[in-house]
Design a protein around this ligand. Structure first.
Ligand SMILES: Nc1nc2c(ncn2[C@@H]2O[C@H](COP(=O)(O)OP(=O)(O)OP(=O)(O)O)[C@@H](O)[C@H]2O)c(=O)[nH]1
Ligand SMILES: [Mg+2]
Length: 422
């Protein structure tokens, strides 16, 4: 099987905890705070790798977690930061946030990297919290939790040219003649069930990549045959080679086939439907082909270049390959479809926090305050006092009062519950 979709979970490493320590030295009577900071948690980094062709690895391993940072230590020693976790994916993988659908990245270049989940920063040690009023603070921050989210991955192969046409038209035979690709070829429809890529090298040093996909039949856009699933892999090609069975084997009519396939392309995606095309009139070695070629020329000769070939015998291939190489030189580079460029992503402006009431409990939500709670050592009075100060500073205190909170009511933030005191 060919896996071109996956859903996976990623989590950056948590930051290491800050340390509470006091300086104790012989001749320094009043040692100050001396606890070091925790180290940063590792990021999850995705890297495009041209050696990979499918997302099959993500079928078996769905959870990716980076290491946490080391905790800070006494004598102001920092905890070590964790290494990033680098995960390799095939070039052409589109990465989205699975919950929001937001585009995170489109890996189109070999070696391209993107951070998909940041590691948390290390908690600060108590050395940071000394003030003129509190020269020996006994609190430190816990490490910040690493970012986590579900991602959807979708592979869209990157090729310059895509082969489209009915099953049995000879697409796989063609790619096997002009490149080193060795797809299965047989005289029955839907021989090809997974896309194949082939590199075509022209004598003069130019080269381009061709994608062979499963054949399309009428109604493919609605799921007939193998459906249009695989058209995704020609979405980013610059030119389509439309392969026709000119001999009209099995009672087919190539003039009609050309129309039907183009209609399916447009129904799938008008952008693909309007890609430049050349027509390959295949199977010219068969006697029925000559007459159909004349009809094809009459019907489409004004609008398209038509290349009579025999993929089976290899005749007519050179003019086709030279022309395709020449056309590609003038066609713009592959750019992902516009709706997939990050500029078009709408980022929802999130309020800083939210306060709501449910069955007498006051719920406080929001990333920022949840992070503060996660970074607080709730067993430590001084740390909790500081958290209360953060509540005031962020305006959560006022919002709770506005919502009608009274002494003794319960406040809940994530998993953390406490009793409200004025
Ligand atoms: N006579 C003749 N037969 C051909 C030619 N090209 C392909 N064939 C035959 O046509 C049949 C189908 O060829 P494939 O290359 O598998 O066709 P395809 O378009 O890849 O088909 P799907 O993968 O099913 O979409 C095979 O039996 C080939 O040997 C040709 O130029 N002449
Ligand atoms: Mg095939």
């Amino acid at each position: 099987m060919f896996f071109d979709k996956a859903r996976i979970f990623v989590k950056g490493g948590d930051g290491g905890n800050g340390c509470v320590a006091m300086r104790r030295e012989k001749y320094v009577p009043e040692g100050g705070p001396w606890g070091g900071d925790g180290g940063r948690g590792g990021d999850i980094v995705f890297q495009a790798d041209e050696g990979l062709r499918t997302l099959v690895d993500f079928r078996y391993k769905r959870h990716y977690k980076a290491q946490r940072g080391k905790h800070g230590e006494g004598k102001n020693r920092y905890g070590l930061s964790a290494d990033d976790l680098v995960v390799r994916l095939p070039v052409g993988t589109v990465i989205r946030d699975d919950d929001t659908g937001e585009l995170i990245s489109d890996l189109v270049r070999n070696g391209q990297q993107v951070v998909v989940a940041r590691g948390g920063r290390g908690g600060r040690g108590n050395a940071h919290f000394a003030t003129p009023n509190n020269k020996a603070p006994k609190l430190a921050e816990k490490g910040e939790p690493g970012e986590e989210r579900w991602l959807s991955l979708e592979l869209k192969l990157l090729a310059d040219v895509g082969l489209v046409g009915f099953p049995n038209a000879g697409k796989s035979t063609l790619i096997s003649q002009v490149s080193a690709a060795k797809p299965k070829i047989a005289n029955y429809p839907f021989t090809t069930v997974t896309p194949n890529l082939g590199v075509i090298r022209v004598d003069d040093g130019r080269s381009f990549v061709m994608a062979d996909i499963p054949g399309l039949i009428e109604g493919a856009h609605a799921g007939a045959g193998l459906g249009h699933e695989f058209l995704r892999h020609v979405e980013r090609t610059r030119l389509l080679i439309h392969v026709l069975d000119t001999a009209g084997s099995e009672g087919r009519d190539p003039v009609e086939d050309f129309k039907v396939t183009n209609r399916e392309l447009i129904l799938y995606n008008p952008v693909i439907g309007s890609r430049p095309q050349v027509i390959v009139a295949n199977k010219m070695d068969l006697p029925e082909a000559a007459e159909n070629l004349t009809r094809l020329k009459e019907a489409y000769g004004n609008d398209y270049e038509i290349f009579p070939i025999s993929a089976a015998t290899g005749s007519g291939l050179d003019p086709l390959i030279y022309k395709v190489a020449a056309l590609l030189e003038d066609l713009p580079d592959i750019t992902p479809p516009e709706e997939e460029t990050a500029d078009h992503v709408v980022h929802r402006a999130e309020p800083r926090f939210s306060v709501s009431r449910e069955e007498g409990i006051f719920l406080v939500g929001g990333k920022e305050i949840k992070r503060h709670v996660a970074m607080t050592d709730l067993e430590n009075d001084e740390a909790v006092e500081r958290l209360q100060w953060i509540f005031k500073r962020m305006g959560i205190d006022d919002a709770l009062k506005e919502a009608g909170i009274k002494e003794g009511d319960t406040v809940k933030i994530g998993d953390f519950e406490f009793e409200y005191v004025e």
